[in-house]
Structure formats: C-alpha cells, structure tokens
Design a protein around this ligand. Structure first.
Ligand code: ATP
Ligand code: MG
Ligand code: MG
Length: 322
C-alpha cells in the first residue's frame, strides 16, 4: 500500500473575479471552486488519477473536514485522517481575476495538532504499515510542530520496514536525514538550505548528492524546476533535462513529480523509465493552471523529449543515457 501523510491540510476556496482585482472597489465573484490543499493530498490525487490505490492520512479539523474529504474521495483517494475535535480545517482563499497576472492567496494559520491527535496518528501508522509499504510525508507541518514529534512519526515508518519518502524543507528535512529515508525530493532552494551552502554548478550539486547517498538514502532527487533534476541512486548520479514547454503555473510540479516517481518505482519500473515519466508528467502539470492537473496524452509526447545523462565517475564527464 502507498500512504500519503499531510500534517497541515487545507481546503482551497478559489474565487474567480471578473476583470482586475482592485482595492476600494467591489470585486464581484463570478464563480467559486473548491480544491484540496496540502502537499501529501496532492500526491494522493496524482496516484489515484494514475489508478494507484493509496490512503491519505494526517490531521484534519472536525469543522469543515467534510467538503475536503468529499473532494478527495470523489477523485478516488481513500481517506483515513485523524480528526481533531473542536478544531477547524484551515481555508486558503485564492483570488483569481481575469488578467492572467497570477492569483492572490490568503491563508489561515490552521490549528496545532493536540498531543492526543499526534498519538493517534502514530498509532495508526504503527498498526497499518507493513514492510515494503510506501509512506510519503509531503509538505511541512504547521510552524511550531515539534521536531521530536515529527521524528517519531517518521521513525515509526522506518521501524515498521516502510519505504519513507520525504518531501519537506528546513528543519523538518534536516530531522529526516539521520533516519535515512528511502527517497527525498527537495527542490534546489530546499537542498541548498539542507547542505548549508549555495550551489552554483552541477558538480557542486553532485558532490552533495553523493554525500547524502553515502549516508544511506537510496534515492536523492533534487528538482531544479524548468531545468529538470539531478538524481543520485546506487552510487551513480544522473542529470535529467526537462522538456521545453510553455509554463502556465509551476506550483505543484514537485508534488506531481513525487506522485509520478512513486507510481513508477512502486511498480518496480527501472529508474531511467521512472524518471522519464515523472519528468514528463510534471512538465505537463506546468502547462496547466490548477495545481495537480496534468494530461497523460501530453505526458507520452513529452517523455520523448526528456534527456538523461549519467556521470562517469572516473573522468567526471556526463554520458547520454539511451
Ligand atoms: P512544488 O511547488 O510542488 O513544491 P517544487 O519546487 O518542489 O514544486 P520544482 O523543482 O519546481 O518542484 O518542479 C519539479 C519538477 O517539475 C522539475 O524537476 C521538472 O522536472 C518539472 N518542472 C517544473 N517546472 C517546469 C517547467 N517550467 N518546464 C518543464 N518542467 C518543469
Ligand atoms: Mg519550484
Ligand atoms: Mg516542493
């Protein structure tokens, strides 16, 4: 089974406004849409769209949880969240006008999970995770969520023989590293923060990726936005060049990439084919405005444009992968 864990869930309320949003003016709403917020939930949506059974867990507030869970279930995601009593699931207001200049987001702070909720999530993971299961922790918890609690949740996955996938940032990512996750996918900014220095060249990235592989992380994937990714596995480093597309919104590309790579690796597809697919899938997502929409037909076309190179360790040059 594949589980996704979202510690900071949200319901996105998208308000479409005709014309340009302006202050001191009545900005009339001409349409309202709801969408699922939170990173692990987006990975679940990708998995379900690709017909991969999965369970989404994490914390939700008792209030406003129903529309959130309905949205996920309608798209085929099985939900098994810990419900915190007297708490309200946070709402993110997304104001979208017709200028095409991008959205305005207003986010509520959300609730801090109670000790009892954390204990229940821990218990859930402990009871359900079987050796070989994939467990994706995506996104960061609400600021103030203790690093010790975070570590204990991740450790429970590892102790039960689960394949831990971590896509988070800052101190939470740092906390995850000693537990030797199966796969990490920081973006370039998250990776530079993790290693504590600015990285300017592919070689500089490569040596840091090698250091993390040596610590026992099976897949170290650093995503570089439109430039693709650098991937370390089995002592080797690959450079993946993303296809060139007309990007409309690259927010959420990382989540789609994670959904794509977990789909392929969990089906025991080889790394090269898995990376081609995840790279094309996330490039397709970038051409769509919503944060987890992609086209499989477009992905098939884009896959042909993905280029991959393997670093030759003896001469430190890059060789094309067929
Ligand atoms: P998220 O907003 O989901 O957190 P991220 O910042 O973690 O995203 P990115 O590095 O921005 O992740 O993107 C993930 C992958 O998506 C990239 O490695 C690349 O393969 C693909 N991608 C992103 N933007 C583009 C683009 N403009 N053109 C082509 N591919 C893209
Ligand atoms: Mg990005
Ligand atoms: Mg990301």
């Amino acid at each position: 089974m594949i589980y996704t864990v979202t510690l900071n869930t949200a319901l996105d309320r998208i308000l479409h406004i005709k014309g340009k949003i302006e202050r001191k003016k009545n900005n009339r709403v001409c349409g309202i849409e709801y969408d699922v917020g939170g990173k692990g939930t987006h990975v679940s949506l990708v998995l379900s769209t690709l017909n991969i059974p999965n369970i989404a867990t994490g914390f939700v507030g008792e209030n406003k949880k129903d529309p959130f869970i309905q949205l996920l279930e309608r798209k085929g995601v099985n939900c098994d969240f810990v419900v915190q009593k007297n708490a309200t699931l946070r709402e993110t207001l997304v104001l979208l006008d017709s200028t095409g200049e991008g959205s305005l987001m207003i986010t509520e702070p959300g609730f801090q999970p109670a000790m009892e909720s954390i204990r229940r999530l821990h218990q859930k993971l402990n009871q359900q995770i079987q050796p070989g299961d994939w467990v994706v922790f995506a996104g960061s918890p609400l600021e103030g969520f203790s690093l010790d609690d975070y570590r204990e949740l991740l450790k429970c996955v590892v102790d039960n023989g689960g394949r831990l996938v971590v896509d988070t940032s800052g101190p939470y990512l740092e906390t995850a590293i000693p537990l030797r996750p199966y796969l990490i996918k920081p973006n370039e900014f998250e990776f530079q923060q993790l290693v504590g220095k600015t990285l300017n060249t592919v070689d500089e990235y490569t040596s840091e990726i090698e250091r993390l592989m040596a610590k026992g992380i099976k897949y170290v994937i650093v995503s570089l936005g439109e430039r693709g990714s650098l991937v370390g596995h089995s002592g080797e480093v690959f450079q993946v060049v993303a296809p060139s597309i007309e990007a409309r919104n690259d927010t959420g590309c990382g989540d789609v990439f994670v959904g794509g790579i977990v789909t392929m690796l969990s089906r025991k597809t080889d790394l090269e084919e898995s990376l081609r697919f995840a790279t094309a899938l996330s490039a397709s997502k970038a051409t769509h405005t919503s944060s987890s929409t992609f086209s499989l037909e477009q992905t098939r076309q884009l896959e042909k444009q993905v280029r991959m190179m393997r670093r030759e360790s003896v001469c430190c040059t890059w060789k094309s992968v067929k």
